[in-house]
Design a protein around this ligand. Structure first.
Ligand code: ARG
Length: 230
């Protein structure tokens, strides 16, 4: 008889929205996924002795895919929120994040959260940036499939600001050479990223244990330094 493949060595199907550098992106030359989240999950896969099968999805498709069971987990710079935690389980937090405001370089009138009242704001669909911008009085919020498209809308002068995860907007400005845009003020929220899983998935414990190991043995730190040093 053909021996059954042990459940434990089956690939982990991991969803991500891969246009969110430096957390997830496609390598320009190889087309392969790379970034902080990608390397962290690959390291978790090694700990669990499970190969990773990556599934690229729109950001607002990740939660439905978790709920239908077509992916086992999602790593996508996803903020742990009380609302999401009603229908999903999250790993322990693995990254401290927060939203930032980006405006055109020439804009001197928007400097803080309060200045966003009544403004036109571009965001990525389904994100905490989208819900935060929508909750501000009088805003007109345009939603895009990626943070890069939201920033492009700002460059084109069609909106006054972009509300997006600070590290991602800063990376676009500093590392990816996006010109004509600046980040203003402090981070306007404090958020923590978690790996998202179907509610009460038995994998939550395994992933938390693997994360603890990587935090203790220095591998988390090495991946962090690679993407965020300097
Ligand atoms: N942290 C934000 C959120 O959870 C944005 C995440 C967007 N991630 C992505 N890969 N596009 O809503």
């Amino acid at each position: 008889a053909i021996p059954a493949i042990s459940q434990d060595s089956k690939p982990l199907r991991i969803g991500t929205e891969p246009t969110f550098p430096p957390f997830e992106m496609q390598d320009k030359n190889t087309g392969k996924l790379t970034g902080f989240d990608i390397e962290l999950l690959e390291a978790i896969g090694e700990e669990l002795k499970r190969p990773i099968e990556w599934v690229s999805l729109p950001f607002d498709g990740l939660i439905p895919a978790l709920q239908s069971g077509s992916i086992d987990a999602a790593v996508s710079g996803m903020t742990i929120t009380p609302e999401r935690a009603q229908t999903l389980s999250f790993s322990r937090p693995y990254f401290k994040a927060g939203l930032a405001i980006a405006v055109q370089e020439s804009n001197d009138s928007i400097k803080s959260f309060d200045d966003l009242k009544g403004k036109r704001i571009a965001v990525q669909i389904g994100t905490t940036g989208a819900s935060t911008a929508t909750a501000i009085e009088g805003t007109k919020v345009s939603q895009f499939d990626s943070a890069a498209l939201a920033l492009q809308e700002l460059l084109n002068g069609k909106v006054d600001a972009v509300v997006n995860d600070a590290a991602v907007t800063l990376y676009a400005v500093k590392e990816a050479g996006l010109k004509g845009v600046k980040v203003v003020g402090e981070q306007i929220t404090e958020e923590y990223y978690g790996i998202a899983l179907p509610k009460n998935s038995p994998l939550v414990n395994d992933i938390n244990n693997a994360l603890s190991t990587l935090l203790e043995n220095g591998k988390y730190e090495a991946i962090f330094q690679k993407w965020f040093a300097g």
